[in-house]
Write a protein that binds this ligand. Structure first.
Ligand SMILES: NC(=O)c1ccc[n+]([C@@H]2O[C@H](COP(=O)([O-])OP(=O)(O)OC[C@H]3O[C@@H](n4cnc5c(N)ncnc54)[C@H](O)[C@@H]3O)[C@@H](O)[C@H]2O)c1
Length: 209
C-alpha cells in the first residue's frame, strides 16, 4: 500500500509514518516545517524528520506546502495513493485568533487542495482527516465516562454503539486511549470506518515539538 501522510514531521503525522512504515508500506511524507513559522524555533520539526529518516525503511519526504495547489496536484499526478492521512495543520486555537487568514489557508484551503487532488487522481483512496473535538464545543465534556486502569471508557456504552449514527461516537471511543498508543489505535479505527474525520482530544507524545 502507498500511504501519504501530510504533516509528517508533526506529533501525529510522525506516529502515522512510523506505524505504516513498520507495517511494510511505502510512506510519502509532506511537511514544510511550517510549525516553525507558527511557533518560532521551539516549533521546528526538522529534528523529528531526521529521526524518522533514521528509524524508517521506506519513507520518503517532500517539503511541500499543502496550500500550493500546483505542487499538490503534481504530487498526486505522479503517484497514486491508497491511503491519505491528513495531519498537516495550524493546530492552535489561540494562534488561530492571531493569524485567522493564514490559519484558514492552511486548515481549510490546504485540506480542500488535498481532497480535490484525491478526487482527481486517487479516487479509491481512503482519506483520514485528523480534526479536533473543538468542533463539538463543550459537548464531549458532558459524556459520562468511567475511569479504567489505563483509559477512560463510556459509562453508558450502549448509547454510542447502535445504529448508523455511531461513526462519531466510535471515533470518540477510540480517543479514550491507553497511554502513547492513541495515534496508532485511532488510525486503525478510522481506517475501519472507511474514510472519516477523527476529532482528537488532547494528544501528547515523543514527537511533540
Ligand atoms: N495534538 C493534539 O493534542 C491534537 C488535539 C486535537 C486535534 N489535533 C489535530 O490533529 C492534527 C495534527 O496535529 P499535531 O498535534 O500532529 O500537529 P503538529 O503541529 O505537531 O503537526 C502538524 C504538522 O503540519 C505541518 N504543516 C503545517 N502547515 C503545513 C503546510 N502548509 N504544508 C505542509 N505541512 C504543514 C507542520 O510543520 C507540522 O509538522 C491537527 O489538525 C490538529 O488540530 C491534535
Amino acid at each position: 500500500m502507498k500511504v501519504l501522510v501530510t504533516g509528517s514531521s508533526g506529533l501525529i503525522g510522525s506516529e502515522a509514518v512510523e506505524h505504516f512504515d513498520r507495517q511494510g508500506h511505502e510512506v510519502v511524507g509532506v511537511d514544510n516545517n511550517m510549525r516553525r513559522v507558527f511557533f518560532g524555533p521551539a516549533g521546528d520539526t526538522l529534528w523529528n524528520l531526521e529521526r524518522l529518516k533514521g528509524v524508517t525503511k521506506r519513507f520518503t519526504h517532500a517539503a511541500l506546502d499543502i496550500r500550493d495547489r500546483t505542487a499538490i496536484e503534481e504530487l498526486f499526478r505522479t503517484q497514486r495513493f491508497d491511503l491519505i492521512v491528513h495531519c498537516a495543520a495550524q493546530p492552535s486555537h489561540d494562534k488561530a485568533r492571531e493569524i485567522p487568514l493564514l490559519d484558514f489557508e492552511v486548515n481549510a484551503l490546504g485540506t480542500v487542495n488535498l481532497l480535490e487532488a484525491t478526487r482527481q487522481h486517487s479516487p479509491e483512496a481512503v482519506f483520514v482527516f485528523l480534526s479536533t473535538n473543538k468542533v463539538y464545543g463543550d459537548a464531549p465534556n458532558e459524556i459520562p465516562l468511567k475511569e479504567l486502569e489505563k483509559r477512560y471508557d463510556y459509562a453508558r456504552a450502549e448509547r454510542f454503539e447502535s445504529g448508523g449514527g455511531s461513526c462519531r461516537a466510535r471515533v470518540w471511543a477510540l480517543l479514550q486511549h491507553e497511554g502513547g498508543n492513541l495515534s496508532r489505535r485511532m488510525l486503525d479505527g478510522a481506517l475501519a470506518l472507511g474514510s472519516g474525520a477523527a476529532r482528537l482530544f488532547v494528544v501528547s507524545g515523543e514527537g511533540d515539538a
